[in-house]
Each structure stands twice: as structure tokens, then as C-alpha cells.
Design a protein around this ligand. Structure first.
Ligand code: NAX
Length: 327
């Protein structure tokens, strides 16, 4: 049987953590033959650590055959020791009256410390997924704080946006989501992201030609996907958790086990693809093979798409510039 791998999860006592840990431990992320050791990080405050103890009791009570070990930590330097995978879910939420700059600064502090800890103690091949918002910029900060790790070890979660887009297209066309291929979401995990179905196929037919309605794209599809997080908060009273955890599982599973030629969306550091400045953590279509992702290159970008990409890029550059002095 396989040797256990180490999976660190931060914010483990939060609502995404609660929807995520049980699925990792049951083998849905890394395979039904891959034992895992969970290294869980929470804030060093009694309430959070007590809640984490409760979650760990429930994990024990599942008696998962693949759960080879479990640790609680309040210091990233121990939580990330030798970790092969790190899901950075915990982040500072926006409090009442908090300005955007304050939010960026508070998270810069968290993700600098976590990036440094990963740099110091994690496996050299660690795969890092940042879920905590602002996810792209937090991933950028962690990457910049870990100079001894490859930039490509760091990614941000755009998969929820990708899955939301797929689901809207399935509903519009009356086809199952499984029939949709070659969808892409460009840019920031924020309402500025650009979900792009120009290359997508459904049962082999062009999605764009099947829908054939640019007004629907612009006036319905893009706003629906972009504002989906807010719609869920309005309906549920709290933010998306199960769907976010599901997207995190999809992202890591595909990165680790491969996509067999199919496209998925990951936020990854640019190497200059599509004119995105180097190191900007940007949503791109990728394929994954042998534990590596590869950006799908050479796609034509029309005028409408370029304007959308420019807008989401401008937002990311603004976030990057706001934290530059804190790194
Ligand atoms: P919760 O507030 O339920 O849980 C967050 C947990 O993180 C708390 O238990 C808190 O104690 C812990 N935490 C905070 N700072 C920490 C730190 N420095 N180290 C370790 N633990 C820390 O939030 P939840 O609903 O689970 O959401 C978590 C994050 O995901 C938020 O930043 C949220 O905005 C973000 N999201 C990102 C999405 C994406 O697609 N990228 C979608 C869903 C979600 O909104």
C-alpha cells in the first residue's frame, strides 16, 4: 500500500474546513488508495482550537481507513512541516467598516508568515492552493515569501468560478455538465473574473454557436457567475462553503492526478502568457499531467475578451501594488 502523504489545511475549524476535511480523509482528493496525514492549523485562540478539537473528534468517529494521522497546530512552522499539500483556507474576513487596504494588509501579514513557514519546512514539491480571500493576491504574497520554493508550487482557487460557469452553461443548453469541455476563467477570483466559453464544446458542438447570444453572455452569464458568491450569501446568510470545498478538492485532485488532456481553470503565476505580467497570480486554462500544470497557450483573444482580461488584470495589479511594500 502507498506511503501516507501530508496534507496541511489552515482555517480547519471554519465552515469550508468542515466541508473539506472529511472528503480529503475519505480519499476524494488524492485517490481511494492514498493514505493521508492531516496537519490542521487554526488561530492560537481557545475558541478556534476548541472548535478544531471537535472537528477532529468527528474525523476520528468516521474511522476513515485512509486517515493515517491527524495533528492540530496553532503555528504554521509546525503545521507545514514536511507537508506535500497545503490548502490555505483561513484568512482575515472583512470586518465592519474595514477598508479594502486594511483587508489587504491584514491578509498580507498572514500570507507572508505562512509563505515563510512553507519555505522553511514544507516538502520542496509542496502543492499549495490558496482559497482564503483575496485568494489570488494572498497566493502571490505566499509565493513571494517563499523564495526557495518554485513559483509554480503556488496556486489560487478559480475552480469555483469555473464550476459555476459550467453549471450555468449546462442549464442554458439543457445538457449535462459532464458534456462541457474547454471552458476557461481568466483573472482574479472576484466579480471581475472573465468566464470564457468561446472555445468550449458541449457534446462536441461549439457552446458559443449553440447559445449564439452575445447579449446573454454579457448581460446574464457573466454577471450571474461573477456575483454568484453574493447571491449565495443573500440566500443562505453565510458564504459558500460546500461548493468552495468541492472546488478545492477538484483543483487539488486534478493537479495531483491529472486532467487527461481536459482543461480546468487554476490561478497560477504568469510567465508572460497572454501579456499578463510575470508572477501575477492569474486564472488561466490549464491541463495537468504528472503532477504539473501547463497553461493552454495560443488561444485567440478577441476585442471583447481583451477588455474583460484587461479589467480583471488591472484589479490584480492594484492589489499587488497595494501590498508590494509589505512583502
Ligand atoms: P470561516 O470564517 O468559517 O473560517 C475561517 C477559519 O480560518 C476560522 O476558523 C478562523 O479561525 C481561521 N483562520 C483565520 N485566520 C487564520 C490564520 N492566520 N491561520 C489559521 N487559521 C486562520 O470562513 P470560511 O467560510 O471557511 O471561508 C474561508 C475563506 O475562504 C474566506 O477568506 C473566504 O472569503 C474564502 N472563500 C474563497 C473562495 C474562492 O473561491 N477562492 C470561495 C469561498 C470563500 O468565500
Amino acid at each position: 500500500s502507498k506511503k501516507p502523504v501530508r496534507v496541511a489545511v489552515t482555517g480547519a475549524a471554519g465552515q469550508i474546513g468542515y466541508a473539506l476535511l472529511f472528503r480529503i480523509a475519505s480519499g476524494e482528493m488524492l485517490g481511494k488508495d492514498q493514505p493521508v496525514i492531516l496537519q490542521l492549523l487554526e488561530l492560537p485562540i481557545e475558541k478556534a482550537l476548541e472548535a478544531l478539537r471537535g472537528v477532529m473528534m468527528e474525523l476520528e468517529d468516521c474511522a476513515f481507513p485512509l486517515l493515517a494521522g491527524m495533528e492540530a497546530h496553532s503555528d504554521p512552522m509546525t503545521a507545514f512541516k514536511d507537508t506535500d499539500y497545503a490548502l490555505l483556507v483561513g484568512a482575515r474576513p472583512r470586518g465592519p467598516g474595514m477598508e479594502r487596504a486594511d483587508l489587504l494588509a491584514a491578509n498580507a501579514q498572514i500570507f507572508t508568515a505562512q509563505g515563510k513557514a512553507l519555505n522553511a519546512v514544507a516538502s520542496r514539491d509542496v502543492k499549495v492552493l490558496v482559497v482564503g480571500n483575496p485568494a489570488n493576491t494572498n497566493a502571490y504574497i505566499a509565493m513571494k515569501s517563499a523564495p526557495d520554493l518554485k513559483p509554480g508550487n503556488f496556486t489560487a482557487m478559480l475552480r469555483l468560478d469555473h464550476n459555476r460557469a459550467a453549471s450555468q452553461i449546462a442549464a442554458k443548453t439543457g445538457k449535462p455538465v459532464s458534456a462541457i469541455k474547454k471552458l476557461a476563467v481568466w483573472g482574479n477570483h472576484s466579480p471581475t473574473m472573465y468566464a470564457d466559453y468561446r472555445f468550449a464544446t458541449i457534446d462536441g458542438a461549439s457552446v458559443k454557436d449553440t447559445i449564439n447570444d452575445q447579449a446573454w453572455n454579457k448581460d446574464v452569464f457573466l454577471p450571474t457567475v461573477g456575483k454568484r458568491g453574493a447571491a449565495i450569501i443573500a440566500a443562505r446568510g453565510v458564504s459558500s462553503a460546500a461548493s468552495a470545498a468541492n472546488a478545492a478538492i477538484d483543483h487539488m485532485r486534478d493537479w495531483a492526478l491529472g486532467t487527461h488532456g481536459e482543461w480546468v481553470t487554476m490561478g497560477v503565476p504568469s510567465n508572460g502568457e497572454y501579456g499578463i505580467p510575470k508572477d501575477v497570480m492569474f486564472g488561466f486554462p490549464v491541463t495537468c499531467e504528472n503532477g504539473e500544470y501547463k497553461i493552454v497557450e495560443g488561444l485567440p483573444i478577441d476585442e471583447f475578451s481583451q477588455a474583460c482580461i484587461d479589467k480583471t488584470l488591472a484589479e490584480l495589479i492594484g492589489e499587488r501594488d497595494a501590498v508590494q511594500d509589505l512583502l
